[in-house]
Design a protein around this ligand. Sequence first.
Ligand code: SF4
Length: 470
Amino acid sequence: MSGGNTFLGMPTFPRNAAAAVQDSQLRFNLRKATHTIRGKRASVVAELPDWTELRTAGKEIKDHTLRNLERYLLQMEEAVTAAGGHVHWAADAEEANRIVADLVKATGETSVVKVKSMATQEIGLNEALQAEGITAYETDLAELIVQLGDDWPSHILVPAIHRNRSEIREIFHDKMADWGRAAPEGLTDEPRALADAARLHLRERFLSTKVAVSGANFMIAETGTLVVLESEGNGRMCLTLPETLISVVGIEKLLPSWRDLEVFLQLLPRSSTGERMNPYTSTWTGAVEGQEFHLVLLDNGRTQVLADEVGRQALRCIRCSACLNVCPVYERAGGHAYGSVYPGPIGAILTPQLRGMGSALDASLPYASTLCGACFEACPVAIDIPEVLVHLRGKARHPRTERLGMRAAGWVFNRPARLARAQRLAVRFRRFVPERLPGPLSAWTDTRDIPDIPAESFRDWWNRTDGGAR
Ligand code: SF4
């Protein structure tokens, strides 16, 4: 039984993507899944005449909350404590993992069930718990497939989007017994049979585990309430059956009031699963019916993102995955190429901000985009992802040849007379311009064509014809 992989030490996005696009099965699975969700989303969004206003409201509520984050966080802490819960503040992944491990150990238990939580994947909680002798069992169906397959999630909403049903049958057949109840004899790849196998496996786990770890889609500061939206009902069992519930939530998940939630309950299901409303919405406030409740408020780089005037809009994200489903790069490369729990366009702007751009992988992520803008159009909270990508590209460290080239281009473009001379030179020597640049500059033309240089520059044409009059 393995504790799962981590993304650390992965090569850069271009190398990962180059390998991924060779996998035709992966591309087929991704295309089918993203196009189906994309179509459903478009039709339910079109039903709402006030979608644009809702989107603006979502953006403004999030911006207001982020501007006043400290006040709302303190209000949240006070409300949770008043309702019998315990609030813990975690500055980084290590502190959050330590808090959760200590809380689990204090119960005397050696296992926990988990309901889908990207924050805990971000901090590597499962691996940290395993190091302390505690096993974390994923209970979301797609997360279960990922865990049993010793795999990585590749989509925010559908972490096993890269798997088709015959692959899932194989995984259940081969691995379920290592993690608890085995798959039934003669398991087929029919969706119902696979769902039944998962249900039996998980039901046993829910009934025997006393500690749960969850995330949350939203936190409501005015009452100290947490909100989870899900489709399977596994989350509700995870939230209600265990005697101790520990929720690990990023500090940006706050909303000031229940009125604000109304906006997001319209935006999120339509943008994520393409449904008018998700099947299960669970809310809880503090300790309920004798269940001990702990809330771990996670920073892990978020306040640093908040300090960046352009980049901070990434904190509005409600993890709907609409940007992934419309992204031509994600559709071909898949989620693993991004080397992070947050794949696709949002991952390309969030990961380098949360982790910094110290590694070659993280520095390559702002380039994992064609800047086509489809992600911005689809985003229900109007995050201008292309703007942030360009902003982060400006911060990335560039190769020396590129920096020298840009400096030379800047010198030429800075003076009209210089530019005119350079254009005339280019025209004169245009026959000698190669199709590919040589040596260290070749990376530039690996993915681009050098445009044909015209026989006469626009400037010379304008002068010769007096602006086309002659
Ligand atoms: S960036 Fe926007 S579209 Fe993408 S996951 Fe976040 S909220 Fe959804």
